[in-house]
Design a protein around this ligand. Sequence first.
Ligand SMILES: O=C(O)CCC(=O)C(=O)O
Ligand SMILES: [Fe+2]
Length: 355
Amino acid sequence: MAATASRSTPSASPELFLDPKRSESTFEEIPVIDIRDARSSDPVARKRLADLIRDACINVGFFYIQSHGIADEVISDTVDAAKRYFSLPEATKLELDVHKTSNFKGYTALLGENTDSEGLGDLHEGFDVGWEPPIGLIDSPEANSREDGAMAGENVWPQCLPGYREAVLKYYHQILEVGKLLFPLFALALDVPEDFFDDKTTKPAAIMRLLHYPPQSPTSFETDPEGRQIGIGAHTDYECFTILWQDHAGGLQVQNMTGKWVDAVPIPGTFVVNLGDQFARWTNDVFKSTLHRVINRSGAERYSIPLFFGTDYNVLLEPIPTCVTPGSPSKYEVMTAGEYVKSRLEATYARSLIV
Ligand SMILES: O=C(O)CCC(=O)C(=O)O
Ligand SMILES: [Fe+2]
């Protein structure tokens, strides 16, 4: 179908989303978007912001956000917590081995994941956390009404690190609020009502990971000259979108349509946002779930914290009406978000070369 709508003059027409040019995107840079207007009640300002987000989602699948409102101290306390945890003896960390839980929470050792099916294991270790009420709010209505289906289960926490759980949950809940600000903007960007995701995101299905990447040593290139053992192998994320904090080490790369790896260089004061496969499913591939990887060649330890936002786990991943037309029919089998995420996690861990 021919598409004539210009991205700078958005319309409600589905043709806007079906512009063939969007799949030829050869971006060289990742846009930086100031999201201060996400908190504005001015519809014009919100629409302007949504238009910038739409452009990034259709052409790149990645963007940086600035003016997000999270204090540096909240971030640094969490990074310190991560450093303390990853410095523990391996045996202590393995007490919380992710394989001991049914919902993939806790510790993943170095090479414990193989994100790229062609890879030889990922050179990172991680600690996974799911939603739980903020400290002191055990009886929150959200906690009492959760139906997490395939992904149900509690977090696990190291008992030997005072303050760890507090720091991690404080960051988790603040970044969750940033995610909640973005969902209505994604809806606006898709020409559906701003509240489109409201009833689908009542119990945020949000997994957060603390990640530690040791520097990639020359030896790993000797044993793996083809570079199949890197920080995290080339992959797309599983949920709707990810908000990622990364330190100054660098190493995150994003692939454009020509196959070129573009560096997502660390920009102080920003988070990286990238779209995942649930959004590709919701939007019938109008929003790009872009391939990315990490190679830590900085010579220093690298730390990062992605938080993956999905819809509630019991919500069906069904294509958004503006993204489906007779000429562009729905591509994906409908399933719940929980079933989808669990199947992807199972596949990633099943490829692991260690058990
Ligand atoms: O550590 C990073 O910068 C990216 C991590 C990532 O892509 C992931 O965990 O899915
Ligand atoms: Fe990722």
